[in-house]
Write a protein that binds this ligand. Structure first.
Ligand code: C5P
Length: 220
């Protein structure tokens, strides 16, 4: 069973430039009403180390996804994932292009959700990754993966892959606002969560913005 629910919601990408503002925002998000999770990525990790994971989790009282975009050999990938889970991450994000053995090494830890990137929201993803996105979706279906990342900026690709994924696999979709897609676009294409960073944390009232976006996502 997945920790992250397969239900429409928002994943807030907390890629802010300093730890103090990250913690202040996380505290603000603790009173959010709705289905939210926080994504902690490399920008915060590079500043504060893995201890930022429990700090954000405690401050926000929300599920935390560690987005290390893990892409190494199984031994190293599972070591990174283990540190994140032990620190309190509910889920970790791993690249799909590294192959089945890497993903299996993280699944075998059995410590939380495993989310696999099968396409990305930037243009360069079309150069290599998107060419094998369908193969990655098939690989995900053959494993007990909990979720996948598919881009809001490529609704056709997202909806065609969403239609072949196993029912219980949830889809997180970045690329909203700052990268061009609109709130709700990914949900229309079959995603469960929209990952939104800058459009929330750079706004004048991030908590209010997050709730406004959540309302839109629920209305799709
Ligand atoms: O600020 P913005 O809303 O563009 O942030 C998007 C977030 O989603 C970033 O944290 C980025 O790392 C992440 N992401 C992405 N494309 C993927 C996977 C994750 O943009 N395929």
């Amino acid at each position: 069973m997945s920790v992250i629910k397969k239900e429409k919601g928002i994943v807030i990408a907390l890629d802010v430039k300093d730890v103090h503002s990250a913690l202040a925002l996380a505290r603000e998000f603790s009173t959010l009403q709705g289905n939210f999770a926080i994504k902690v990525g490399r920008p915060l990790e590079m500043q504060a180390g893995y201890k930022i994971i429990p700090a954000i989790k405690e401050a926000s009282q929300l599920p935390v996804i560690y987005d290390g975009k893990i892409a190494d050999i199984p031994y190293i990938s599972s070591s990174i994932a283990r540190i994140a889970y032990e620190a309190g991450a509910d889920a970790v994000i791993v690249h799909g292009f590294v192959g089945k053995d890497v993903i299996k090494s993280i699944l075998d830890l059995n410590m939380g959700d495993v989310i696999v990137v099968i396409s990305m929201s930037h243009q360069g993803s079309a150069q290599y990754i998107d060419l094998v996105a369908k193969n990655m979706a098939d690989m995900v279906n053959a494993l007990e993966v909990n979720g996948v990342v598919l881009p809001a900026t490529k609704p056709k690709l997202t909806s065609s892959l969403a239609s072949i994924l196993k029912e219980e696999v949830y889809i997180l979709s970045p690329g909203i606002k700052a990268q061009g897609a609109d709130v709700g676009d990914a949900i229309k294409a079959g995603a469960d969560y929209e990952i939104i960073g800058r459009a929330i944390y750079n706004s004048l009232n991030p908590k209010q913005k997050a709730e406004e976006f959540y309302k839109k996502v629920r209305e799709v």
